[in-house]
Design a protein around this ligand. Structure first.
Ligand SMILES: *Cc1c(COP(=O)(O)O)cnc(C)c1O
Length: 426
């Protein structure tokens, strides 16, 4: 590993003109120590920094790059779209094409609206749920992250937790009070709140498999419970599949767990690495959105041709190669178990959560099923591990409370190399 001198210079330069030198706080290395490498190139499972070091990447742009970096058909699709004009702010054919592809994969949706980020998708879905139910309160879960909209920045998982701040300054108490944050995987807490706020709860929004406090799976029956109580209580169930959509299976977590939500939010993979979000559901709800109905939501670059092209190329590849999901499962299992074995041999307390190609190694002996149990992790030990892995050429998310992602481009030898690196790093 060459010293990251150029990265350091670039970071000093960025830090003079960008707060913390980063455009999203999770990129900062504040909680793990050290300074971030500056990335100049990616191909397949690997990324290269400005000093010429290469790393096996398990961040994958925080989820979108299920095919790996610079996947040929995605690159070609974007190049072609770009030659024809990057944006028109007018109707283009690719929008309906991607919408059809999304709806086909997610039968709970009759219609879908494209936006430019996951944040916009969840924010808009909540606005729609409130308009539909004419109710004010929303339920979210501690440790779940649904983007940075004001009403959703309450107990919002990795980004805020890593920095050790409770929520965000600048969010009005008047607004935060309508957000009821409950422990994940706890049915009783949800029942109590529905009882206390009878006919006042517009929606429940949940990551069906949480990625944003590290990977945490729903307990058996938990999602079914959320489905049935929202139905009974006349509240909208929003599955936030920004991370899980097209990752856990082609039809997302809702296909895997056989749950039919009222609204679904998507992002990440459906943009193939370009900025996209989407929200969709039954026509009855979606037809309330302007111009058909009274719920206003708009975007200058929504449905952008480059982003639609990248998304379409990605979904096409996934659809044509369903075996990708089997390979992701096998590779992820081999990696997670390989590192657990190494930890056991070295007497390091490590517990792992994994669903498909999302996984986290928590530095603690206990099991992790909600925010409070995740928070028992030894973040200093994680920080040391993270730094040592980086020196071994393995790029992990710089926070204990993030999921890692396997891509279709990761090979068996990548995995063996990663296990060997972890054996040294633990
Ligand atoms: C990443 C993420 C978001 C936010 O998406 P952005 O595109 O970063 O705004 C929302 N929900 C979940 C579950 C996410 O993982």
């Amino acid at each position: 590993m060459k010293p990251r001198k150029k990265s350091q210079e670039l970071h000093a330069r960025a830090s003079r003109v960008i707060p913390g030198g980063v455009d999203s706080p999770v990129r900062a290395f504040k909680s793990v120590g050290g300074e971030p490498p500056y990335i100049v190139r990616g191909k397949g499972s690997r990324i290269w920094d400005a000093d010429g070091n290469d790393y096996i990447d398990y961040v994958g742009s925080w989820g979108p790059l299920i095919l790996g970096h610079a996947f040929p058909s995605v690159v070609e699709a974007v190049e072609k779209a770009n030659r024809d004009g990057a944006s028109f702010g007018a109707c283009t054919p690719a929008e309906a094409e991607l919408a059809e592809a999304v709806i086909e994969a997610f039968p709970s949706m009759d219609k879908v609206r494209f936006v430019s980020s996951g944040t916009e998708a969840t924010m808009s879905a909540i606005r729609l749920a409130r308009a539909f139910t004419r109710r004010n309160y929303i339920i979210k879960f501690e440790g779940c992250y649904h983007g940075h909209a004001d009403s959703l920045l309450v107990k919002a998982g990795s980004g805020v937790a890593t920095l050790g701040i409770p929520g965000s300054a600048g969010v009005l108490d008047e607004q935060a009070k309508f957000t009821l944050a409950l422990p994940f995987n706890n049915q009783q807490a949800v029942e109590e709140v529905f009882h206390r706020f009878k006919n006042e709860i517009a929606c429940v929004i949940v990551e069906p498999v949480v990625g944003n406090m590290g990977c945490v799976a729903p307990r058996k029956g938990y999602l079914e419970f959320l489905r049935s109580i929202t139905e009974q209580q006349g509240a909208v169930l929003i599955l936030d599949e920004v991370m899980t959509g097209f990752r856990l299976s082609f039809g997302g977590a809702q296909e895997l767990f056989n749950i039919k939500p009222d609204l679904t939010t998507l992002g990440k993979i459906i943009g193939g690495g370009l900025p996209v979000g989407a929200y969709g559901g039954r026509a009855e709800l979606m037809d309330m959105i302007a111009p058909l109905g009274p719920v206003y939501q708009a975007g200058t670059l929504s449905g952008n041709p480059l982003a639609m092209a990248a998304g379409l190329a990605t979904l096409r590849e996934l659809k044509q190669h369903p075996e990708i999901y089997r390979q992701l499962e096998q590779h992820s299992a081999a990696l997670v178990d390989g590192v657990l074995d190494a930890a056991k041999k070295k007497g390091v307390a490590l517990t792992a959560n994994r669903v498909g190609s999302m996984f986290t190694w928590f530095f603690q002996p206990g099991t992790v099923h909600d925010w409070d149990t995740a928070a028992k992790s030894d973040t200093q030990a994680f920080g040391k591990f993270h730094g040592a892995m980086l020196e071994h050429g393995i790029y992990l998310p710089p926070s204990q409370y993030e999921a890692m992602f396997m891509s279709a481009a990761h090979s068996e030898s990548d995995i063996q190399q990663t296990i060997a690196a972890a054996t040294g790093a633990l």
